[in-house]
Design a protein around this ligand. Sequence first.
Ligand SMILES: Nc1ncnc2c1ncn2[C@@H]1O[C@H](COP(=O)(O)OP(=O)(O)OP(=O)(O)O)[C@@H](O)[C@H]1O
Ligand SMILES: [Mg+2]
Length: 488
Amino acid sequence: MSQAQSSDNVLGKVLIVDDEEHIRKIMSIMLGKRGYSCRTAASGAEALSAVERESFDVVFTDLNMPEMDGLGLLAKLRDVASDTLVIMVTAFASVDTAIKAMKEGAYDYIAKPFNEEEIVIVLEKALERGRLVNENKRLKKEIGLRSDASVFLGQSPAMTRVFDIIAKVAETKATVLITGESGTGKELAARSIHQNGPRSDKPFVAVNCGAIPQNLMESEFFGYVKGAFTGADKAKVGLVAEADGGTLFLDEVSELPLEMQVKLLRVLQEEEVKRVGENVPRKVDLRVVAATNKDLSEEVAQGRFREDLYYRLNVVRLKMPPLRERREDIPVLASHFLALAVKKNQLAPKKLSPAAIRLMCAQTFGGNVRALKNVLEQAAIMSDGAVIGPEDLPFGVDADPFIVQHAEGGDDLVLRLPKDWTDLKMALKNVTQLTEREIIGRVLAEQSGNRTRSAEILGLSRRALITKIGLYSLDGPDPRSLPEATKA
Ligand SMILES: Nc1ncnc2c1ncn2[C@@H]1O[C@H](COP(=O)(O)OP(=O)(O)OP(=O)(O)O)[C@@H](O)[C@H]1O
Ligand SMILES: [Mg+2]
């Protein structure tokens, strides 16, 4: 596989199988001096054990060998190393057999006696083919994700910090533990770390640790050899080996059963993985990113998560901020998700009214960005006109501590005070769509102009409130007549 080739920084990894020593020597000297990495094996059995230890891009095998011949080896290789390309080396007399070998899956053949040029041409063609196959596989996997999932938005200071950390850490191989509530973009962050780093052209393998049945875990993670257990009628690579050279993303990592945690830790420490039914481990080169919405240190304290694995994962910590702590990101996210929903459902173009945006900005969004995305998709489908207004949004009056309603007989929204409203600073932090002036105006309106009560609610002294009322010219006969700027 070409994965091996680039992680070792050589042109390609080649295994030369021949029972004649001088052929092995000549070939490895020829190829070695041109920058290919060569190993040799004197028999089919030796070749198989080499393939168990490491992966090769190309195997050159002699056709006529005692015990296991080239065809026998080819059949075995197709089970244990299906990505490795096999080239038959054969005497003139057996060209027919070589052609038969190609029918059975050999990539090409060369006839003895061969010259250096011939070998290199065949080898280069094979390597190029391997690269294309791998690239193709990777692209197919990613196509579904690209369009939607790689857009990573945010302008808030909290998200700017997240992007900074991602940019720094992407360059390195450091393990990253991403924490954060459900729907905050943990998976998106993991993909972004991969995409912005030197491994971006290698696989990103996401594993949902909570979704694999316990009895399948080991074989899913580590793979197995053909015949390792009943039903294993074909070899399987395993997720860890699939991520070789790229990034292994352990999503919902807290869900790993303890015994699996031990095994995974060993793999991460040794950078070696052993398939089920195999005795010799193979090297893997992994960048690990893990994510959890649980407090892992608490899981450790409760004995549900191994401390050693926790320390192995928690090298760089990235906390995804909940949406309610970065409400200034809501407008841009909302427009993005609306456009996506319109496209996905082939609707006529729609936009959000300012009042709708303001209503969204006042929500807490327990399900974070994912919840916002769902709201927009629902509104896009359910709304009739080209403009989505507050009435198209599914927010009940009890849904949120910041309760916003239409003022009677008007378009303007009135902020009703939440039960746990503490002070003005908190309000400003959470409702970034409203200015201090708007908030004070609204509280005064709520309290029918009662300054003592309003000051209490806002967490200001009465004196400070009066100063601000003066500052913002909020002292009208009717505090409900809010200035133009607060209207939708
Ligand atoms: N900053 C963002 N910009 C654009 N889209 C985002 C952003 N954050 C999250 N999303 C989108 O929201 C959805 C949820 O994100 P993601 O799956 O990464 O969250 P998560 O933290 O892994 O959630 P969970 O804990 O439920 O697994 C995805 O569709 C993702 O594309
Ligand atoms: Mg996730």
